[in-house]
Design a protein around this ligand. Structure first.
Ligand code: ACO
Length: 429
């Protein structure tokens, strides 16, 4: 891409110069902040397909080349060598931790895993079949009321809220799983390994013991790493916009959970698995289902396909498919569905409809199958995404708080309603 040197806009014969904001890599930006003042015009960009809402030094994506880097480190290297809490540290603090820094961070998170009895009562007040994402959003917002010492924008409060959120989100999700499966809630053990404790509290029987398969432990750690951040996606932008009003971090991530729950975003992992089941139950062939998607008459989309930014491949999807291959091979998961998913992918990737629109499998196409092989209940799939994304949300909230350019998020609109009319009394309508 050649570097743009200068940019001008001519409106009704008057030309104004637009400032260019330089990126260290990727698209530079055209600053339009003074456009309204200088021309009386606002910009229009539904879905923010062309709008940079902030500067950020956390995550870089090149959607054409399938590149994803956290703080400059390629996702493939982090997936191979790192652990989830190490990646969380990297995203939040900006640098990889030394061994002693990581040990201290792991201990600090482990010490905060227990949750207040009131939170358990709160979780118990929801219907057992309530969707866990709705309960999770409420529970994370409620944390601020149980831990008021971590509410605030000072350095101490934000540090405390950071570890509280990483630690307690894991246990709340484990509890949500126990509510789905009908088990009693058990206490996390202080000082345990993060992923092990998460799995033990989610899966163990009443004696609280769980023999964790190392394949499952590593697969889950990897999946959390792959989900840890994705720059200004829908839920992260939600966290930022809520936080821009100086709402506390718990309220901000709680709103992010709401955004993540939608099937076009994090909810796609659950939706993709339900889609595979639907194809099997309907008796349609994979070819017939793809024909229905292309036809659009039934409104069906190929869930787990397509991405706003990735237009060649999603590098996370490539890693997930590889792990799914290994895990399903070794654990003997639902190979029939996996084979169907692979066939669906193959057909879509060679079909003009998907090729022309640059639609490729995203991270969510295979994750549901993988979670299912690891014995997670379907309603817990999207909460698992939330657990992975938590470090990213925290990192963005903190970055935004420290950025002097941060302003309250408040878009404009193009008003298309009635211009003005007089009130009509009830008896004359
Ligand atoms: N299946 C079939 N057609 C699709 C799909 C799909 N999965 N995704 C996009 N299209 C089509 C659209 O119908 C549209 O076609 P048209 O040009 O004939 O109107 C075209 O491709 C462009 O689609 P948009 O919706 O404009 O693309 P956008 O960038 O707004 O949406 C999104 C991206 C939401 C991810 C979309 O591809 C989608 O709905 N995918 C399925 C849901 C999904 O997997 N979401 C997870 C995303 S990754 C994540 O959040 C972790």
């Amino acid at each position: 891409m050649t570097e743009v040197k200068d940019a001008r806009l001519t409106v009704d014969g008057s030309t104004i110069e637009l400032e260019i904001e330089r990126a260290s890599i990727g698209n530079d930006g055209l600053s339009v902040s003074n456009l309204l003042r200088d021309t009386g015009l606002v910009t229009v960009d539904p879905g923010f397909t062309n709008t940079a809402s902030c500067e950020s030094a956390i995550t870089y994506i090149d959607g054409d080349q399938g590149v994803l880097r956290y703080r400059g480190y390629p996702i493939e290297q982090l997936a191979e060598h790192s652990t989830f809490l190490e990646v969380a540290y990297l995203l939040i603090r900006g640098e990889l931790p030394t061994e002693s820094e990581l040990t201290a961070f792991n201990h600090r998170v482990a010490r905060h895993m227990h949750v207040h009895e009131g939170i358990k009562t709160f979780l118990g007040a929801f219907p057992r079949d309530a969707h866990p994402m709705a309960v999770l959003s409420g529970a994370l917002s409620a944390l601020s009321t149980f831990y008021p010492e971590s509410v605030g924008r000072g350095e101490y409060e934000i540090e405390l809220a950071t570890v509280q959120l990483l630690a307690k989100t894991a246990v709340v999700i484990s509890y949500l799983q126990r509510r789905v499966t009908g088990g009693e809630l058990i206490e996390p053990r202080p000082g345990g390994h993060y992923v092990d404790e998460f799995m033990r509290v989610a899966f163990s029987g009443p004696d609280g013991e769980l023999d964790i398969d190392p394949i499952v432990r590593r697969a889950l750690d990897l999946l959390l790493i792959l989900h840890a951040d994705h720059e200004q996606n829908c839920s992260t932008s939600t966290v930022r916009i809520v936080g821009s009003s100086q709402a506390n971090i718990y309220a901000s991530v709680s709103a992010g959970i709401g955004a993540l729950s939608g099937p076009l975003h994090g909810g796609a992992n659950e939706a993709a698995l339900r889609m595979f089941d639907h194809i099997k139950e309907s008796g349609d062939t994979v070819e017939q289902f793809v024909a229905k998607v292309k036809d659009k008459s039934e409104g069906a989309r190929l869930m787990g396909f397509g991405h706003r930014v990735y237009k060649s491949f999603d590098p996370r999807g490539t890693v997930v498919k590889r792990i799914a291959d290994q895990v399903l091979d070794q654990l003997g998961g639902n190979n029939e569905t996996f084979d169907m998913a692979k066939r669906l992918e193959e057909i879509a990737l060679s079909d003009d409809y998907f090729i022309e629109r640059k639609l490729y499998p995203n991270v969510d196409f295979y994750t549901g199958l993988l979670y299912s092989a690891m014995k997670f209940p379907v309603p817990i799939f999207t909460p698992l995404f939330a657990l992975g994304r938590m470090p990213g949300w925290i990192a963005h909230y903190r970055e935004m708080m420290h950025d002097p350019k941060t302003k309250i998020g408040r878009p404009r609109q193009i008003y298309t309603g009635v211009v003005e009319r007089d009130y009509v009394p009830m008896d004359q309508r």
